[in-house]
Design a protein around this ligand. Structure first.
Ligand SMILES: C[S@@+](CC[C@H](N)C(=O)[O-])C[C@H]1O[C@@H](n2cnc3c(N)ncnc32)[C@H](O)[C@@H]1O
Length: 341
């Protein structure tokens, strides 16, 4: 469920005006609220990132929604407040801030600590497969390790130029669908979600990337309201968190829509529903790729006869399987039986 993206520097950040209109007002509010002001002796970008990281660690924040550690989280927030790219040159770590800028950074750090919201919900931006996405609390913060395999075109199973139909089930922000449209040059992508709120965010991202002719959004409970088509690639990062695992998640996850995380008691209900139906929608040489995170163990235990290929990742992550169309079809009755069909 939690791997990483890091803000990419291939595209300029800073399209939106600074979130904090008047840093002087913010400073006054920070003091009035009794929040910690940045100590006078800390003056540079590097000082503030280090100070923020120390405060985040001391406050026991959890990471994994796009960054893996307190330093990167502090840097993301600082860059947002100052309209800088995440990967600014190290030389600038010694650059000083104005008083207003210090106040803006401080207020954002304080909000991160007080609210426990992942940084992406404060900046309204997350990066996935090298692309920026608008996000808010209607969608999960994009972080599937699948990004790495989308960038590689799922070779050797697929030949990227040959792929013309892709389906992304449970699209959320649209990150996987849009990344597929960006990396498979000839592919039209259908994407579904059961949440109208999530689809509104996905629509915003489709427009942002000018992919209206290539990515088609459907409100659908999995396959239910989809036209019957044959896809060479079906991808999904469905909800797969079990009830027990859900209870133990850090506060940061509670800002995400529960429908995006929680499946059923075991975490497998949506996963098995997809497995039971995907065979009808795959071309002969098609593949199904699905993230199941920590539910990998339970899935293998419940279906020992299924020849899942578990993908490996260079950038970290686990819990993503691949099945070829013939394998999905051979096992379809096993999955249907598990659903009591
Ligand atoms: C784990 S989030 C994944 C979002 C996005 N694909 C990503 O990787 O960031 C799961 C998404 O599945 C949607 N969802 C949950 N149950 C669904 C269902 N039965 N049919 C379609 N979408 C569903 C949720 O609304 C949520 O947006």
């Amino acid at each position: 469920m939690a791997t990483h993206y890091l803000t990419d520097d291939r595209q300029a950040v800073g399209r939106r005006p600074c979130v904090l209109q008047s840093a002087v007002d913010v400073l006054a509010k920070t003091e009035a609220d009794g929040l910690t002001a940045i100590p006078e002796e800390l003056r540079t970008l590097g000082d503030l990132i280090r100070w923020g990281a120390s405060r985040f660690n001391a406050a026991g924040l959890s990471f994994g929604h796009g960054t893996e550690n307190a330093f990167d989280e502090a840097r993301v927030l600082l860059c947002h407040a100052l309209s800088l790219r995440f990967r600014f040159a190290d030389d600038y770590l010694a650059a000083r801030l104005t008083g207003d800028e210090r106040a803006a950074v401080c207020a954002l750090f304080e909000e991160r600590i007080a609210s426990r919201k992942p940084a992406a919900y404060l900046t309204h931006e997350a990066w996935f497969a090298g692309l920026p996405f608008y996000v808010d609390e209607r969608v999960l913060v994009p972080r599937s390790p699948m990004a790495e395999w989308i960038e590689r075109g799922f070779a050797p199973w697929l030949e990227a130029e040959e792929v013309d139909r892709v389906l992304d089930l449970c699209t959320g922000s649209g990150c996987i669908a849009i990344a597929c449209a960006a990396h498979f040059d000839n592919a039209e992508v259908d994407a579904t979600d059961i949440s109208a709120d999530a689809l509104e965010v996905a629509r915003q991202n489709v427009v942002r990337h000018d992919l209206q002719d290539w990515v088609h959004l459907f409100k659908s409970d999995l396959f239910d309201d989809l036209p019957v088509e044959q896809y060479q690639l079906i991808v999904s990062n469905p909800p797969y968190v079990s009830a027990d695992e859900m209870q133990g998640l850090p506060d940061e996850y509670r800002h995400e829509p529960e429908i995006g995380l929680l499946a059923d008691k075991q975490g497998l209900e949506v996963v098995v529903r997809i497995l039971a139906q995907a065979g009808d929608y795959l071309t002969e040489d098609g593949i199904l790729v699905m993230e199941v995170g920590n539910s990998e163990e339970m899935l293998v235990e419940c279906f020992p006869e299924v020849p899942f290929t578990w993908l490996e990742f260079e950038r970290g992550g686990q819990g993503v399987f691949l099945l070829e169309a013939a394998q999905v079809r051979e096992c379809q009755s096993v999955f249907a039986a598990a659903l009591g069909r």
